[in-house]
Design a protein. Structure first.
Length: 345
């Protein structure tokens, strides 16, 4: 048998193993999509806001799950789909031309009447844990937002369950990695804020967003940075939950925002502007620069090479000029970080 194993190419064995893991993940995925989560009463009265562009089939799958989960209202924003979206039992908004997911979410938020709001993308899915969280949150009001964990399809395809290691690292640094519902002290927000700036990993108090004019930026990509960071800047009470409430699909072959590789990536620096303008506290300044360096490192891996010189020049200008007035705070907290910021100037 050992000789036979040696004869089987390692690459083939990895392929078979990966196929088996993906089959298992698909089975789990289908079970989640079919399952009807328990509906304990009362649930937090929450609006679900869904932007969609040319993704009618996945939207239908999402609505099949969401319609059974007890949301106070479901708002679908059709962002200029080639074939107009048709959906029943929802509030349907249509943009005649595509404006991007940021303006779509903003338009949905403007129509929310429920006290709390959850954004979710059309190709993602809520899990049964979400209903449990909404039941927990119904007894925890008022709060500004609750950050929860998620399931990343890339991690699931490797045979694991949960979010990427980078996000988990920040939860652990904050001391909040375990707990179905916990108050997050403000001292650890600079750790939590460095989790990925997804718009759908939080349940927001609707009035909190509208009173502080917290919204997605009107840019082509990275539109959710402002929503994420400004929420931490303005919050007075933040909750966390280790419940994995959303299945997040990463599809490298789909026409997703995260797969864009052209000059539109330069819009990143416009997306950062509202955060800088908010004049964050020193700890948040340090956290934001770390976040930007990590994000730009990733962005360079997906960009077409011809756009890299312009992108790198814009990054150097941002680090050395746009946030120059942060340098003293950063030098006091993390001298090595300031060295990284100014090394290429």
């Amino acid at each position: 048998m050992s000789r036979l194993r040696r004869l089987v190419p390692r690459r083939l064995k990895r392929l078979v193993r990966n196929q088996q893991q993906r089959a298992q993940v698909r089975a789990i995925h289908r079970a989640h999509a079919r399952s009807k989560p328990p509906a304990p009463a009362p649930l937090l009265p929450t609006a679900l806001v869904i932007p969609v562009h040319n993704d009618a089939l996945r939207l239908a799958r999402l609505l099949d799950v969401a319609n059974d989960m007890g949301f106070a209202e479901i708002i679908v924003v059709d962002d200029g789909s080639d074939t107009p979206i048709i959906a029943e039992n929802v509030t349907l908004i249509r943009h005649n031309t595509p404006l991007g997911p940021g303006p779509a979410r903003n338009a949905g938020l403007a129509r929310v009447t429920a006290p709390y709001t959850l954004f979710i993308d059309s190709d993602d899915l809520p899990t049964p844990d979400l209903a449990l969280l909404l039941a927990d949150l119904a007894t925890a009001t008022p709060f500004d937002f609750c950050l929860f964990k998620h399931i990343d399809s890339r991690i699931a395809n490797q045979g694991h369950w949960g979010q990427p290691e980078g996000d988990e690292m920040h939860w652990q640094a904050a001391g909040l990695a375990i707990g179905a519902l916990r108050d997050a002290p403000s001292a650890v927000w600079s750790d939590l804020v460095q989790t990925t700036n997804y718009p759908w990993n939080k349940v927001y108090r609707t009035a909190f967003l509208t009173d502080h004019n917290i919204r997605c930026a009107d840019v082509t990509v990275h539109e959710d940075i402002a929503l994420h960071w400004l929420s931490f800047f303005h919050a007075t009470r933040v909750l966390t939950s280790d419940r994995t409430c959303v299945w997040h699909l990463i599809d490298p072959d789909a026409a997703r925002q995260s797969n864009r590789s052209g000059a539109e990536r330069l819009a990143l620096f416009d997306a950062l502007a509202p955060v800088v303008a908010a004049d964050p506290a020193p700890a948040m300044r340090v956290a934001f620069v770390r976040f930007v360096l990590a994000l730009t490192t990733w962005a360079r891996t997906v960009m077409d090479a011809k756009h890299l010189p312009a992108f790198d020049a814009a990054l150097i200008q941002w680090l050395t000029q746009t946030v120059q007035h942060w340098h003293d705070d950063i030098a006091a907290a993390d001298p090595a970080l300031l060295t990284r910021m100014t090394a290429g100037s």
